[in-house]
Ligand binder design. Structure first.
Ligand code: SIN
Length: 532
C-alpha cells in the first residue's frame, strides 16, 4: 500500500465513479475519513439535473445555469457539463442506479422528472427523495467488487507531499500524501504522483448546515497548503429549507417539495415570496434564502414554514418517503401541517480551481466534485447541478489521467516518513471542541447570508488568532481526526472571509450591506487566492 497509481481522497459520487474508471488502468486507493458511505452524496435528496426530455434542450439548461450563476459562470464549463450529462447518467444506469419513472396513458414508461428552483423545465432525475443514497450504494457495490481498488476507511489525508516542500528544484508537483490511520494513530506515507481530491464541501464551517459531519473542507485546505489556487470561496450556498427542529438537526427539506407546489409561508400562513421574485417560491436559492432570512429578521420569528398540505397524502408519501418519515419521527405530519424551516449552509460553489479535466494549478493534483471550482456554478449553483458536475468531471478526469501529459513521473524522489516530533496525546481535547464551536458560530453570525465589512473583519481577526493556536496544537501534539478537521475548518473559514472581503459588491450568494449592488466594471471575475 505504500505506492499506488492513483490516490483518490473522498468516497462520494465523484470519488467513487472516478475510481471505477481509473481502476481499469492502474491501482487505486480510496482514502475516506469514516465509512465509505459517509459522504455528502449519500445525503443528496433532489437528484441529477440533466436534459432527457423532448420538451427540454441543452440551450435551456445552459441558460438557467447562467442565470443562476449571476454573470460568473464559465460558459465553456457550462456547455460542456450540460451536454455531457446524458452520457454520464447512462453510465450510472448501466451499473444499476435507478431513477423514478412514470407510466404514460399508452402504457409506456418515461423518467419522472422533478422541478427545482431556477429551472425552466422539469429536468431532475431522482429516486424518490433519496437519490444520493441510491447512487452512492450502487457505486459502492461496484467499487467494493473491483479487485484493483482498495478502500482505506477511517483514514484521513493529512498533507500532500510535494517536490517543492521537500526542497527539490524541479517543477513543483505532488508525489504523495501523508494519511492518518485513525485506528492506530499512525501517519502513513503513500507514494503516488496522481492524487485526486474528491472530499466534498465545508458546510460544517457553519453552525447550521444541511451537510453531514464529514464536510469540513479538508480538500480545499490541503490543496491550499500545498500551493494550489483556490477560487470563489465567498460563494457559500445557503439552502432555504432546512428542517427547524431541536431533535433533528441538518435535515434537508428538498427543493423538490417546492417543485411540487410547496408554498413558503409565515406562522400565520401568509405567503411571502411573491414580493421578492416573480418566480415566487421557485426563485433561485440565493433569493429565496435571503427572503426567508429577511422575513425572520423583520418579524423576529425563529423560522418560516413550507406548506405542501394541498397535495394528496398518498402522493407525498410516495414521492417524499424520507422527508415524510423523518418529519413524522419528530411529530410533524407533512400531509396535514406546514413544516418549520430555516436556511442553512449547504454547498460550496467555489473550491480548488480546476480546468475541465479536473487538473489543478499544481502538477499531479486533481480535484472533482464539490471540492473543485470548474466555473459551472459561478456565483450561485443551480439546484441539482452538482451531482451532474461530479459525474461529468469524474469521466473527463479519468480520461485525462490516461493522456501522456499526465503519465506517471519517471524520476524517483526520496519521500521522508512522517515525523511525529515530540508529539504527545492531546490532553486538552476541550480546547479543540471549543475552537470548533467558536468557528462555526462566528461564521454563522459574521459571514452568513447577509454580510458587512465590519463583521467580516471581526471574523478575520478572530480566525487568525485561532489559526495560530491550532498550529501550536498541530506541532505539539499527536494528530487526530478531530484536530485535522479543526485545522481544515479554520483554513476554509479564513479563505471564505478573505474572498468575501475582496469582493466589494453583491453578486449571487455574496450579499454585503456595504455594497448592495453588482459592480460588473470591477468584479465580473473570479476571486482567486493562492498561498504562494
Ligand atoms: C435539494 O434536494 O433541495 C438539494 C438539491 C441540491 O442541492 O442540488
Amino acid at each position: 500500500m505504500n505506492q499506488v497509481d492513483f490516490v483518490v481522497i473522498g468516497s462520494g459520487v465523484a470519488g467513487l465513479s472516478l475510481s471505477l474508471k481509473l481502476a481499469e488502468h492502474g491501482s487505486v486507493a480510496i482514502i475516506t475519513k469514516r465509512q465509505a458511505i459517509d459522504s455528502n452524496t449519500a445525503w443528496a435528496q433532489g437528484g441529477v439535473a440533466c436534459v432527457t426530455s423532448v420538451e427540454d434542450s441543452f440551450d435551456l439548461h445552459i441558460a438557467d445555469t447562467l442565470a443562476a450563476g449571476a454573470g460568473l459562470c464559465d460558459r465553456e464549463a457550462v456547455r460542456t457539463i450540460v451536454s455531457e450529462g446524458p452520457t454520464a447518467v447512462r453510465d450510472l444506469m448501466r451499473i444499476g442506479v435507478q431513477f423514478d419513472e412514470r407510466i404514460l396513458e399508452d402504457g409506456q414508461r418515461e423518467l419522472d422528472l422533478g422541478r427545482e428552483g431556477g429551472h425552466s423545465k422539469r429536468r431532475v432525475l431522482h429516486y424518490h427523495d433519496t437519490t444520493g443514497r441510491e447512487i452512492e450504494q450502487r457505486l459502492l457495490e461496484a467499487v467494493t467488487k473491483h479487485p484493483g481498488i482498495r478502500i482505506l476507511d477511517n483514514h484521513m489525508g493529512v498533507d500532500l507531499i510535494t517536490t517543492g516542500k521537500l526542497g527539490y528544484t524541479t517543477e513543483d508537483r505532488v508525489i504523495g500524501v501523508y494519511v492518518l490511520n485513525e485506528a492506530s494513530g499512525n501517519v502513513q506515507t503513500i507514494r503516488s504522483d496522481r492524487v485526486i481530491l474528491a472530499t466534498g464541501g465545508c458546510g460544517k464551517a457553519y453552525l447550521y448546515t444541511t451537510n453531514p459531519d464529514i464536510a469540513t473542507g479538508d480538500g480545499v485546505a490541503m490543496a491550499w497548503r500545498a500551493g494550489a489556487a483556490v477560487a470563489n470561496m465567498e460563494f457559500i450556498q445557503f439552502h432555504p429549507t432546512c428542517l427547524f427542529h431541536p431533535e433533528q438537526k441538518s435535515f434537508l427539506i428538498s427543493e423538490a417539495v417546492r417543485g411540487e407546489g410547496g408554498k413558503l409561508v409565515d406562522a400565520s400562513g401568509r405567503e411571502f415570496m411573491a414580493k421578492y421574485h416573480k418566480l415566487g417560491a421557485l426563485a433561485p436559492r440565493d433569493i429565496v434564502a435571503r427572503a426567508i432570512d429577511a422575513e425572520m429578521k423583520r418579524t423576529g420569528a425563529k423560522c418560516m414554514y413550507i406548506d405542501i398540505t394541498h397535495q394528496p397524502a398518498s402522493f407525498l408519501i410516495e414521492r417524499f418517503p424520507n422527508i415524510y418519515e423523518t418529519c413524522k419521527g419528530v411529530g410533524i405530519d407533512i400531509t396535514m401541517q406546514p413544516i418549520p424551516i430555516v436556511p442553512a449552509a449547504h454547498y460550496q460553489c467555489g473550491g480548488v480551481k480546476t480546468d475541465l479535466e479536473g487538473a489543478t494549478t499544481l502538477r499531479g493534483l486533481f480535484a472533482v466534485g464539490e471540492v473543485a471550482c470548474t466555473g459551472l456554478h459561478g456565483a450561485n449553483r443551480l439546484a441539482s447541478n452538482s451531482l451532474l458536475e461530479a459525474l461529468v468531471l469524474a469521466n473527463r478526469c479519468s480520461n485525462a489521467l490516461l493522456k501522456p501529459k499526465y503519465a506517471s513521473y519517471q524520476q524517483v524522489f526520496e519521500l521522508p516518513e512522517w515525523r511525529p516530533g515530540h508529539a504527545q496525546d492531546v490532553d486538552e481535547v476541550v480546547v479543540i471542541y471549543h475552537n470548533w464551536d467558536e468557528i462555526r458560530r462566528l461564521m454563522w453570525d459574521y459571514v452568513g447570508i447577509v454580510r458587512t465589512k465590519k463583521r467580516l473583519l471581526r471574523a478575520s481577526t478572530r480566525l487568525r488568532n485561532l489559526q495560530r493556536e491550532i498550529q501550536d496544537f498541530y506541532w505539539d501534539f499527536r494528530v487526530t481526526t478531530d484536530l485535522l478537521e479543526l485545522r481544515s475548518l479554520c483554513t476554509v473559514a479564513s479563505l471564505i472571509v478573505d474572498s468575501a472581503l475582496a469582493r466589494q459588491e453583491s453578486r449571487g450568494l455574496h450579499f454585503t450591506l456595504d455594497h448592495p449592488t453588482t459592480d460588473d466594471t470591477r468584479f465580473l471575475k473570479d476571486t482567486i487566492l493562492r498561498r504562494y
